[in-house]
Design a protein around this ligand. Structure first.
Ligand code: HEC
Ligand code: HEC
Ligand code: HEC
Ligand code: HEC
Length: 503
């Protein structure tokens, strides 16, 4: 590490100490190695993929390694870009992503990579398995798996860094400092990912937070039931909520404007929710099609893939109804099966695009994914479901682009239409969380705030969290969960009443 680079690193770590990012990210110490930076030759392949240059190409003090204090304190303005990289180093959860694959994770974990690998791929280190690297570093660096090339190893250690989201930079690192006007063509020609487009942004996040087929030089990203059963956390993603939780290192701008300096714009959270849900379903469809295809020849791709389904379809208690739990057998009710056969698991948790067990609408017949659901929500789905999934993904992509064009007021109206119909009927936490994320996005999209529901939202979110010390006594555990559900249910009801009765 040269002196100048070390100074940058020290500077951003110090700034990090002042960070007041409310969530857990603030205490994470990222593991980054900053090597001397040699700018690559420009490439105009048009393929849009380019080569990874690594963090050092972005973090120079004169580029994006400037002070981050203002942004970390919540002030985003026309100078935020200067400290964008420093914000990432100091506070972004992605900076710790690679370390999770090592024996020295930079945050507390429930399950270590070593433990997961012992059960998933006997004896192989996670740092050498492209299946793990694909999401825990720049996916473009995950292939070919094991390597001794120090340049590749160093860049992998940077975790989910700049190029994992913005695209490999060799094609745009020189150009991007001085392009003017509408960027769409320049981005496409040089391989910079158009993250200013809300839909493309969601697709990019979902590539790792749901998964994606191998495409455009990137390896497959697939979190399956084998990995989850080996101890990997299941992936719970809601675009609007996760985007909000990232410490922003940017000011939202309309980069499609023809003005030479793109004007600032606001991002409507309800619109992010709608676009995110649609892109989520699209990502799930593409992954399903790729699983169907790969499973025919790849022994590490099972079929059918259990992670396609709502976990609670198979993992639930078998207790009979009692005074304490009158609705213990709700899974057998026609109202919650939404037309599925008894025993057929429910596909995904992409409400309101597909039914959710505890919410009345949409029904299976009313879902935009009706054709797919009929083929996948059966005891042993045929691999031919892949072609239906591709058709669905294509339709969803069109819908996503349409939603991105919505005026904020229309997006709010469209979100409300779904949220108004949603009534929580039975204790099903997955349905509950999807509803809550939507309601929270709607709340944040309000500009007039005479009556805010902050306290209620806090209570509802807190209800998800089980006791810190797990209850070993089964009766006490059940009682606690019941209590938390009752609190959750009542609070969601209150929030809905207020939201539904607002003009
Ligand atoms: C499809 C993307 C994806 C793949 C593939 C993937 N991970 Fe992860 N991993 C994630 C995400 C996202 C999280 C964070 C989950 C969250 O907080 O939402 C995570 C979290 C973790 C954690 C933290 C666990 C904890 O208790 O907090 C470990 C350890 C881990 N992954 C190891 C692995 C290993 C080992 C593999 C390969 C077998 C792997 N991951 C494959 C996306 C992925
Ligand atoms: C998890 C994804 C992600 C990662 C990782 C990431 N960014 Fe970003 N970045 C975004 C998004 C989303 C935007 C907003 C896009 C836009 O407005 O065009 C953005 C915007 C920016 C901007 C524009 C700032 C402005 O105010 O105009 C800069 C500069 C930037 N990122 C630099 C970096 C650097 C440097 C790194 C690595 C140290 C990095 N980003 C890592 C997602 C990411
Ligand atoms: C290349 C893969 C990749 C991409 C692309 C990606 N993420 Fe992540 N993300 C991860 C991994 C791996 C983790 C786990 C890191 C950890 O928990 O320490 C993570 C963690 C997070 C977390 C913290 C979750 C928690 O439980 O605390 C948030 C929030 C998040 N990502 C949001 C986003 C958003 C928003 C985008 C798109 C702008 C995005 N991510 C793009 C891989 C990715
Ligand atoms: C189609 C039914 C089905 C679905 C859907 C399903 N699982 Fe499983 N799961 C099983 C079975 C069966 C086992 C036991 C497998 C074994 O032991 O080999 C299991 C095992 C597990 C284990 C390991 C438990 C242990 O003690 O070793 C975990 C964790 C798990 N599943 C989590 C999930 C999550 C999270 C989801 C949703 C993303 C899910 N499962 C969806 C059927 C399912």
């Amino acid at each position: 590490m040269n002196l100048a680079a070390r100074t940058v690193l020290v500077a951003v770590v110090v700034v990090g100490a002042f960070a007041v990012w409310a969530t857990a990210g603030a205490s994470r110490r990222p593991e980054v190695t900053i090597a001397a930076y040699v700018p690559p030759e420009p490439s105009h392949s048009g393929e849009g993929k380019g080569k990874a240059i690594g963090l050092s190409g972005c973090l120079a003090a004169a580029c994006h390694g400037g002070p981050a204090e203002k942004a970390l304190g919540g002030t985003l303005d026309s100078t935020t870009w200067q400290g964008a990289g420093s914000v990432w180093v100091a506070a972004d959860p992605h900076s710790a992503a690679y370390s999770l694959l090592t024996d020295h994770p930079h945050r507390a974990v429930k399950v270590t990579a070593g433990h997961i690998m012992a059960r998933y791929a006997g004896g192989r280190p996670a740092t050498e398995d492209a299946r793990c690297l694909a999401c825990h570093t720049n996916p473009a660096l995950a292939e070919p798996g094991p390597t001794t090339d120090p340049h590749v190893l160093n860049k992998r250690r940077e975790g989910v860094s700049c190029e994992a989201c913005h695209g490999n930079a060799s094609g745009w690192v020189r150009e991007h400092t001085n392009w003017r006007g509408n960027r769409a063509e320049a981005y496409a020609a040089t391989g910079m990912v158009p993250l200013y487009d809300l839909g493309e942004r969601a697709v990019n996040c979902l590539g790792c937070h749901v998964g994606a087929p191998a495409a455009g030089g990137l390896p497959v990203r697939d979190m399956n039931h084998d990995m989850i059963a080996a101890g990997h956390p299941r992936l719970n993603f809601d675009f609007a909520e996760y985007l909000r939780r990232l410490p922003p290192h940017w000011q939202e701008k309309d980069r499609t404007s023809s003005e030479s300096v793109p004007p600032a714009r606001s991002l409507n959270p309800a619109k992010a929710w709608l676009v995110g849900r649609t892109a989520h379903a699209e990502a799930a469809c593409k992954l399903l099609a790729s699983r169907a295809e790969r499973s025919a020849s790849d022994p590490r791709t099972p079929w059918p893939e259990f992670a396609e389904y709502n976990c609670a379809s198979c993992h639930h208690n078998l207790r009979a109804a009692s005074d304490e739990e009158p609705d213990a057998q709700w899974r057998k009710d026609a109202a919650h099966l939404h037309g599925r056969r008894l025993g057929a698991p429910q596909w995904q948790t992409v409400w309101p695009l597909t039914p959710a067990a505890a919410l009345a609408a949409p029904t299976r017949a009313g879902s935009p994914l009706k054709d797919l659901l009929e083929k996948i929500e059966v005891p042993l789905p045929s691999r031919s479901v892949g072609s239906v999934a591709i058709e669905s993904a294509t339709r969803l992509a069109v819908e996503r682009k349409r939603l991105v064009g919505f005026a904020d007021a229309d997006a709010v109206r469209a979100s409300r239409k779904w949220l108004d119909t949603a009534n929580l009927t039975v204790p099903e936490w997955d349905s509950g969380s999807q509803l809550l994320f939507g309601m929270a996005a709607l709340e944040r999209s309000r500009s007039a705030k005479p009556e805010t529901l902050t306290a209620q939202f806090r209570t509802a979110f807190a209800a998800f969290v089980p006791p810190r010390v797990p209850l070993t006594d089964e009766a006490a555990r059940r009682h606690d969960e019941r209590d938390r559900w009752n609190t959750f249910h009542a609070t969601v009801g209150t929030i809905r009443n207020v939201q539904n009765n607002r003009p």
